[in-house]
Design a binder for this molecule. Sequence first.
Ligand code: ARG
Length: 466
Amino acid sequence: MTDTNKTTNQQWGGRFSEPVDAFVARFTASVEFDQRMAKQDIQGSIAHGKMLASVGVLTEEERDQIIQGLTEIEEEIARGEFAWSIELEDVHMNIEARLTQKIGITGKKLHTGRSRNDQVATDIRLYLRDEVDFLLEEVTRLQQGILSLAEKEANTIMPGFTHLQTAQPVTFGHHLMAWYEMMQRDYERLVDCRKRINILPLGAAALAGTTYPIDRNMTAELLGFERPTYNSLDSVSDRDFAIEFTSAASIIMMHMSRWAEEMVMWASAQFNFIYLPDRFCTGSSIMPQKKNPDVPELVRGKTGRVYGHLMGLLTLMKSQCLAYNKDNQEDKEPLFDTVDTLRGSLRAFADMIPAIESRKDNMYEAARRGFSTATDLADYLVRKGAAFRDAHEVVGKAVGYGVKEGKDLSEMTLQELKSFGEMIEQDVFDVLTLEGSVAARDHIGGTAPAQVIKAVTRAKQELAVR
Ligand code: ARG
């Protein structure tokens, strides 16, 4: 990166009587971060050049020179040989200047009928579309990981919680499939957001369109966009798609932070429900016994920065008058960091989730201890003719007795149970077992092992048609 005290204002020198202040040049430059979109900038420029040639604004030789020059520049960038310059402000002007250096005056013709305003809007959309496509694959990989674990854990019994108090027994497979459902909605949100990313702003030029006979449908088709945008002012100023993406990303991070919290708790000595392989954990420099669940903790923590970016982008756009304003240059860093954070977090989870091992005995024991089949006893009484509210009362008394005596419901004798409700018979023990309790919830969305297997099968079909 070159950075001298003198700047040249090559691109708009005509109107200026003194060079821009060196600090101002640095302050207003975006090349340090927007060079990330170089590939997309070149892709957009090649399509623009082809379109200009097809409508007769450029000759075919000029078009070919431009394509050749840009292709070489792309290779220079890939090889790390491209000399980025702060004086040239951003990725667009750096590449254009290099093109002119390489092919002469024809390079200066590429900018005919466009502006950096529609160019940058196009680049971000191309960039984000690529990233969304990659993220969709990562979400799918994570979902596949959840399914493989859920299938293994369809029969594993654990306590289900409300208020973090033992509520009713559930299967671990069922719990995992709740995570799958969250990810499924996240996938759909990204797909939906992609539809509004995939529209071409190029052709809006600075804000009002251009006097050249451009063919925006052609450019859209060349770049794989669904269609061109319909209003030039909106085209150069709209960043809704970035906000939508960051919002979808925030929801994904929110979901992952919830699982992260569960994993951190469950991996603790107090719960000891799961084993996280060592490769996803680190130790402590002072406490030799420690094995810390860093990966879930860090994902939980990184959720905050993505929320922050969402707020940042919303605030960036708040009250902005039409059309392009330099403010919009501030959209990139939050967007890029959101992408990086999401990529990292999804990758970590997709790698880690299928490697989780359950501590089945501890899960089972925890479910057994917490009177988790109390509702099953109430349902049993209802089947024997009691009204649900009365049954609730009876079971409440039995639980109170159990707490005092240190006995779970299933550990009481028939005699003890009968003292709370005359209609209780020997068959009560079928419903007081954890296995009986989960197996009985055998309907769409229920926790029965048979339903977990059905849910996994349905989900596999869902993923198969992606
Ligand atoms: N670097 C600018 C951005 O990121 C590109 C567009 C600048 N346009 C302008 N007229 N200054 O938004």
